[in-house]
Design a protein around this ligand. Sequence first.
Ligand code: ATP
Length: 236
Amino acid sequence: MTAVDVRDLRKDYGNFTALKGITFKVYPGEVYGLVGPNGAGKTTTLRILATLIKPTEGSAFVHGIDVVREPESVRKLITYLPEEAGSYRHLTGREYLRLIAKVYGLGEEVVNEGIEISGLGGDIDKYTGTYSKGMKRRLQVARALMVKPKVAILDEPTSGLDVIHAVYIRGVIREYARRLGVTFIVSSHNMLEVEYLCDELALIDKGVIVAEGRVRELLDIYNAENLEELFTRLVR
Ligand code: ATP
């Protein structure tokens, strides 16, 4: 059974076509990367998978469940980290994570795991309204991971994070995939990150997948030194 099965997705915004037929499959416990230039269609694809917008044509399934026909069921299996997420300024970090855990019917051990992932230490008891951009991001990443969804859909998870925390979060993602079988769909502009993190990737440009496969195989096929070289060669 595939964890995520995306078939010929098309998306129009008015008379602009953002996705022109996106197809890929992701298996349980894999980390799948979406890369591509600004405006390529990565967020649009992720938002369709997260049941926030509907495709104009095509279909997508999460563990066999149709995201358009059964969005409520899909939402029980996923977490979605948007590119920019707010987090209740009037709550402390701990209160926010507790609120999320409660929604999922989970207990204090999950909150503690979230606090660990966030790396916020003593700052967890400060109001989130006082957090820096990176601290807010870490809280959001912690929120998306700690509930251990079947599929985590993360839009640029380490964007704005310092190197230490970015490296740590990548480690947690790999660990959750390997140890807990959580499937990840991750978008990123950081090719080093994608090389470390992703089992497979799709390079999207102007709503079309221009290359897809295992990182090592893609580098071999295109005889590229690294993903940056591959990217700049295939994207115009
Ligand atoms: P980035 O790397 O900059 O985050 P992206 O690959 O995530 O880019 P999308 O956000 O999916 O790109 O946008 C794809 C295209 O669709 C862009 O041209 C964007 O302007 C357009 N688009 C996205 N959302 C809307 C919308 N609500 N209305 C109109 N056009 C939209």
